[in-house]
Write a protein that binds this ligand. Structure first.
Ligand SMILES: [Zn+2]
Ligand SMILES: [Zn+2]
Length: 293
């Protein structure tokens, strides 16, 4: 597996790359613009090309762009829909310019809209933005925590999007904290195996290149989107160990979106890398002791 963290790029791409390297990342995720604004930042092709070169040098690949949170492809407000599609297109273009393999997006909320109508609207929006996608970039739809009328809360629904749109550059990203919040009990080997089997049936593992590895403290099925430190929440060491050990996960990329500052990133990366070494059975690596508080 390739493993990395979500990194801030506000201090520049060089700083972000150095930071990811210092943490031992072999992958990373960024926001390309303000995650809470509809304003599209002008694409800086030379800077993005330089970023690609820095990552290549540091052995950090792939890189994921996480689109802004405002995106709502299910909205029946034409302004919101146009803004959302603009942001999505901008991130797909940035990804192409910076040799970033994945753009990860939330789908948004059906709101008061009829779900079938909202589903069709999302498919149309996805088809439209995918018309302009460059080779080498894949758009991945992130599972939601399942709150209220959020789209994409179940594996089956994500699978229906992928099948309905049917584009080779469309896939899925599964966030472990969101999956837990929508009721998938991934805190044991049996639970993880069942989850990945269901994911394969509904979506196809070959269409799920990216995972977000986040622990969580919210109760199973609570539909709340709260991320916590790896191994310190309810998914726990057992859940992440099972994910890292699963044969279907070998070729995947995992991004940590855990809270806190540099010391927390260091601790979370050390934990996940220690679990990874433990499951790969390398001589120097040993899995951390399982402790549940
Ligand atoms: Zn997300
Ligand atoms: Zn996520």
């Amino acid at each position: 597996m390739r493993i990395g963290v979500h990194v801030r790029v506000s201090g520049g791409y060089a700083k972000a790359t150095d930071y990811a390297k210092s943490l031992g990342c072999t992958a990373l995720q960024i926001f390309s613009s303000n995650p809470r604004s509809y304003r599209v930042t002008k694409l800086d092709a030379p800077a993005l090309a330089a970023f690609a070169a820095m990552r290549r040098e540091a052995g950090i690949d792939p890189c994921v762009i996480h689109t802004p949170y405002l995106i709502n492809l299910a909205s029946d407000d034409p302004k919101v829909l146009a803004g959302s599609m603009g942001l999505l297109r901008a991130d797909l273009a940035s990804a192409a310019a910076g040799s970033m393999a994945y753009v990860n997006t939330h789908l948004g909320s059906y709101g008061t809209r009829d779900r079938a109508e909202g589903f069709a609207a999302i498919c149309t929006a996805l088809e439209t933005v995918l018309e302009g996608i460059a080779p080498g970039v894949t758009l991945v739809l992130e599972n939601s925590a399942g709150a209220g009328n959020l789209a994409g809360g179940t594996l089956e629904e994500l699978g229906r999007f992928v099948q309905a749109v049917n584009h080779p550059q469309l896939g899925v990203c599964l966030d472990t904290a969101h999956a837990w919040a929508s009721g998938y009990e991934i805190n044991s080997a049996a639970g993880v195996d069942q989850f990945l089997t269901q994911a394969d049936e509904a979506i196809g593992m070959n269409r799920i290149p990216v995972f977000h590895f986040n622990d969580t403290q919210v109760p199973l099925g609570a539909s709340r989107d709260r991320h916590f430190h790896i191994g310190e929440g309810l998914i726990g060491f057992e859940g992440f160990r099972a994910l890292l050990a699963h044969p279907d996960m070998r070729e995947k990329t995992a991004i940590l979106e855990t809270p806190g500052e540099e010391a927390d990133d260091q601790r979370n990366m050390q934990t996940i890398l220690a679990i990874a070494r433990g499951v790969s059975g390398s001589a120097e690596g040993r899995a951390p002791q399982i402790q549940r508080s």
